[in-house]
Design a protein around this ligand. Structure first.
Ligand SMILES: *[C@@H]1O[C@H](CO)[C@@H](O)[C@H](O)[C@H]1NC(C)=O
Length: 433
C-alpha cells in the first residue's frame, strides 16, 4: 500500500529500531511477563460523569482588566528564558477566573506534525485519520485538544520539537492541570478508557516505562517519551529547562550525546535524544526529578504496535461475544453526550470477565497503540517493518477505534481493513446471533 521512498536510515529510524528490537528481545526472553500490565482496575473514573464536559461550566466571555502574567513584558513563550513563580502566577489567574477552577482536573491534549505536506503516499491521510482519532477521544472525554503544525524553535527539531510546544501550551492554558503530549503516530484504541488520574496525584510527570529497566538495566528504552502527562506547574517548567538543555538548542548538545552513549550501552546512535535524556535525568537523580516521575506499566498508557496490531481482530470478536452474552447495558443505544456513563458501566462489566487484561495476553482493548518507527508522514519507516506492518496496521487500529465511535452513530466498518460501513441493527450484537 504505502510506497515509501528509499531514503538513508535517519536518526529517528535508528531510534525506533533499537526500541523495537529491545522490546522484541524482552518478549523473546520472557522478561516481558513480569513487566507486563496487570488487569486494569474496574474503577476507572474518579469523577462524576456529570462533570464530563469542562466547557459547560466555564465562562469564556469574561476576562477582567486586572494584571496577570500575560501583562508582564519580560515573560516569553520561547524556551530562551526561564519561567519563575509559575504556581503563584497560575493561582492568581485562576482566582480572577473562578469559573475555570474547581471540578475535576482539566487536561489539555497536545499533539502535532510537520508544517509541510507528507512525502509518503498515505502520509497526510494517515495524519488526518490520526488527528480525527484524537479529536474523537477528546470530544468523548471532555478534553481540550491543541494540534500544532508549526516548528516553534527551528533548532529543536524531530522529537525535541514537543518541548517548546508544551511550554507554550502551559502558558496559553493556565486552567489546564495537565498537558497530555501524544505523538501523532499514537492512536487511541480504547475510547472507553479514562486516565486513572487519582493514581498520579503525587506526581508531575507520567510516562510508560519500567523502573527495573531504568535502574537495573540502564536502558535508554526503559520508557517511552512519545506519550506523557506533565503537570502544569513550576516543577515542569524547571524540568523542561533541564531536559531541553540536552537538546540541539543547547551549546552542550554534543557533550550530552557522548554522555548518553556512554551511559546507555544499548543506545545505537551518537546524538543526544529526548528519551535518553529523560532516562538520564531519572537515573542520575540530579535535581531530584525522580520522585515526581511516575512510570506507568499497568495498562497500555502507550503500547508498542507490533505487540498489538495482529490481535485487534480477535479482540473485536471477543467484545462481540461478551456483548452478546452480557447484560443489556452493553448493547443499549445512547446519546454521545452520556458516553462516559456507559463507558464506566461497560468497563466494570467487561472487567469481571475471565482474561479481561489489557496486556499482551489479555483480550481487553489496548488504550493507546503507538506506531513507533513507522514514520507514516515521511515514509522513512524502520527497515524491520514492512509497509503492511505499518500502513495496514495503522488503518486497522484507526478503524478499530472508529468502530467504537461510529457505533454511537449507528454504524460499523465491514471489517478492520474496509472503508465500507454497515448500519447496526437494534440490540446489536445480540440481534446477529
Ligand atoms: C510484520 O508482518 C509480518 C507478516 O504479517 C509478520 O509476520 C511480522 O511479525 C510483522 N512484524 C511486526 C514487527 O509487526
Amino acid at each position: 500500500m504505502a510506497r515509501s521512498s528509499i531514503i538513508p536510515s535517519s536518526l529517528s529510524d535508528g531510534l525506533v529500531f533499537t526500541a523495537g528490537a529491545f522490546l522484541a528481545l524482552l518478549i523473546f526472553l520472557g522478561l516481558y511477563s513480569f513487566l507486563s500490565p496487570t488487569p486494569i482496575p474496574n474503577r476507572l473514573f474518579s469523577f462524576s460523569p456529570s462533570f464530563s464536559s469542562t466547557s459547560s461550566h466555564t465562562d469564556d466571555t469574561y476576562d477582567p482588566p486586572d494584571e496577570t502574567f500575560y501583562d508582564d513584558p519580560t515573560l516569553t513563550y520561547t524556551i530562551d528564558k526561564s519561567i519563575s513563580n509559575w504556581d503563584e502566577k497560575r493561582r492568581h489567574w485562576l482566582k480572577l477566573h473562578p469559573s475555570f477552577s474547581g471540578g475535576r482536573e482539566r487536561i489539555l491534549m497536545v499533539s502535532g506534525s510537520q508544517p509541510y505536506p507528507c512525502r509518503s503516499y498515505h502520509g497526510d491521510h494517515l495524519l488526518l485519520r490520526s488527528f480525527k482519532n484524537k479529536a474523537d477521544y477528546c470530544r468523548l472525554h471532555g478534553i481540550e485538544l491543541f494540534y500544532n503544525t508549526a516548528l516553534l524553535n527551528p533548532s529543536m527539531n524531530f522529537f525535541w520539537a514537543k518541548i517548546p510546544v508544551i511550554r507554550a501550551a502551559m502558558l496559553a492554558h493556565p486552567e489546564a492541570d495537565w498537558i497530555w503530549w501524544v505523538d501523532s503516530d499514537a492512536i487511541f484504541t480504547d475510547m472507553e478508557f479514562s486516565l486513572p488520574l487519582d493514581r498520579y496525584r503525587a506526581h508531575n510527570l507520567v510516562l510508560h516505562g519500567w523502573p527495573e529497566l531504568v535502574y537495573k538495566k540502564k536502558s535508554w528504552c526503559s520508557l517511552n517519551a512519545g506519550v506523557f502527562l506533565i503537570r502544569n506547574c513550576q516543577w515542569s517548567f524547571d524540568f523542561m529547562d533541564e531536559w531541553a538543555s540536552m537538546g540541539p538548542h543547547s551549546p552542550d548538545y554534543e557533550k550530552w550525546g557522548k554522555l548518553q552513549t556512554s551511559t546507555f550501552k544499548d543506545k545505537m546512535f551518537p546524538n543526544s535524544d529526548d528519551q535518553s535524556g529523560l532516562v538520564y535525568l531519572i537515573l542520575t537523580g540530579k535535581g531530584g526529578w525522580r520522585d515526581k516521575i511516575y512510570l506507568e506499566n499497568e495498562y497500555y498508557f502507550q503500547g508498542y504496535f507490533a505487540e498489538i496490531v495482529s490481535r485487534l481482530e480477535d479482540i473485536t470478536e471477543r467484545y462481540i461475544e461478551e456483548e452478546q452474552k452480557g447484560p443489556a447495558v452493553l448493547r443499549r443505544r445512547h446519546a454521545e453526550g452520556v458516553f462516559l456513563s456507559y463507558a464506566k458501566e461497560r468497563n466494570a462489566e467487561l472487567g469481571k470477565q475471565k482474561g479481561a487484561d489489557t496486556g499482551p495476553t489479555g483480550w481487553r482493548r489496548p488504550f493507546v497503540t503507538h506506531f513507533t518507527g513507522c514514520q507514516p508522514c515521511s515514509g522513512d519507516r524502520n527497515k524491520v517493518y514492512s509497509a503492511d506492518n505499518c500502513t495496514l496496521g495503522m488503518y486497522k487500529a484507526l478503524n478499530f477505534a472508529d468502530d467504537q465511535v461510529l457505533r454511537i452513530y449507528g454504524f460499523r466498518h465491514a471489517s478492520l481493513v474496509s472503508a465500507d460501513v454497515q448500519p447496526l441493527p437494534f440490540d446489536y450484537p445480540r440481534s446477529e446471533e
